[in-house]
Design a protein around this ligand. Structure first.
Ligand code: FNR
Length: 389
């Protein structure tokens, strides 16, 4: 690999720009980024992105728990050339991170096209986007913007099975490379910040374009959403969350030949059962502590899920705030690691370029940690493992 290809070289770009008196437009660390976003974002968008379930203990714990995992440096290893690429579903990705599905990307940018901006950031960085069902731009527009950069579609399974099938078929036709079914959100968790502001974006008609543009959904309405928004939102509310049980897995599996990924698996027995049911990957996540304030950090549940999953890839998110967190999650067995809130803040502060900057900063830190700690490849990271302090 040519030296210029290293993600860590992003720091050289920043330092060199500094020689011309140019500072980075956005901070490179999460704490400063979040502070900037807190000052800049409209309160109703900020509370939805930043908030979580209950007193947000789990949400904080997700991030804090990375501190009790550590990695032991190895010396006298030639790390002048590093490879952070991974293989997933037969595709080679240049880096081990992806953008987790975020249902309000649309309203994170002032032009209300945050989904398109996220897709542009994906093209800029080659970090794949998991496009949420909840978006302001239709999944087809997001796919067109991806322009061949592999992406995934995240499904919130509606109660109407034909509508579910329609969304999946549209995602297939648009060229997405896998379907991510989120299991933990058939009902919204108790979110005090949003409740205290009586603010739920979907009920205000935001981010429902994938439904409003769907032929099956439109057939269920008396009048099109353009004529009666309130009725369309109400119909959406009545259809939103199908209660999924293991009895539904054969049906979910039958919806697509694309790789099927189940998001929200935290127990090893659930991982085994999903794999027995034919899923292609497990996605260990507690939704960033937004759904249940259960108290256990997602990263602490990852090792058992990985052990139960055998050769089936395990994706992970919840609490990733830095490149160091990414490397620790890889060391604990994740095949790929999802970035959530950090890129949403980048998007809100700087559009596509802002999100790309956040992703590039995370990748640079991950790459430089591997360089300094003596792990030239992800295989080496995995072999080294992480130690619980
Ligand atoms: C989410 N998440 C989410 N997950 C999903 O499957 N579909 C979705 O539409 C959304 N929407 C969403 C909105 C917002 C504002 C946030 C912050 C998160 C969960 C997301 O995919 C991921 O699991 C969490 O963001 C991970 O937690 P952290 O690392 O962001 O704290």
């Amino acid at each position: 690999m040519a030296h210029r290809d290293h993600f860590g070289d992003y720091q050289l770009d920043i330092y060199r720009a500094g020689l011309r008196g140019v500072l980075p437009a956005l901070p490179v660390d999460f704490a400063t980024l979040e502070a900037r976003a807190t000052a800049a974002m409209p309160p109703h968008v900020l509370s939805y992105v930043q908030g979580g379930c209950g007193d947000e203990f789990t949400q904080r714990e997700n991030a804090d728990a990375f501190r009790h995992w550590g990695m032991i440096p190895r010396m006298m290893v030639d790390c002048s050339s590093r490879d952070l690429s991974i293989e997933l579903f037969g595709i080679r990705f240049p880096s081990p991170i992806f953008m987790s599905p975020i249902g309000v990307l649309g309203i994170c940018t002032q032009d209300a096209h945050g989904d398109v901006a996220a897709a542009q950031a994906s093209v800029m960085t080659q970090v794949p986007l998991m496009a949420s069902t909840l978006s302001n731009d239709p999944l087809e527009t997001v796919a067109t913007t991806l322009a061949g950069t592999p992406g995934f579609f995240q499904l919130y399974t509606p109660k109407d099975k034909d509508l579910a099938a329609s969304l999946v078929q549209r995602a297939e036709a648009a060229g997405y490379k896998g379907i991510v079914v989120t299991l933990d959100t058939w009902v919204t968790g108790w979110r005090p910040r949003d409740l205290n502001a009586a603010n739920f974006p979907q009920l205000r008609g935001h981010v429902l374009t994938n439904y409003f543009s769907d032929p099956v959904f439109r057939r269920l309405l008396d009048k099109p959403p353009e004529q009666d928004l309130a009725a369309a939102v109400s119909k959406w509310g009545s259809l939103f969350g199908k209660v999924l049980t293991w009895a539904d897995l054969p049906w979910l599996r039958s919806l697509t030949k694309l790789p099927l990924i189940l998001k929200g698996i935290c127990h090893p027995d659930d991982a085994k059962r999903a794999i027995d049911g034919g899923v292609d990957a497990i996605f260990c996540s507690n939704h960033g502590g937004r759904q249940a304030n259960g108290g256990i950090a997602a990263i602490d549940m990852l090792p058992d899920v990985v052990a139960a999953s055998g050769s089936t890839p395990v994706l992970f998110d919840s609490g990733i705030r830095s490149g160091t967190d990414v490397v620790k999650a890889l060391a604990l067995g994740a095949r790929a690691v999802g970035i959530g809130r950090p890129y949403a803040y980048g998007l809100a502060l700087g559009g596509a370029a802002g999100a790309a900057h956040v992703l590039k900063s995370i990748l640079a830190e991950a790459d430089l940690l591997m360089a300094v700690n003596g792990y030239p490849t992800i295989r080496d990271v995995r072999a080294a493992g992480a130690t619980r302090r």
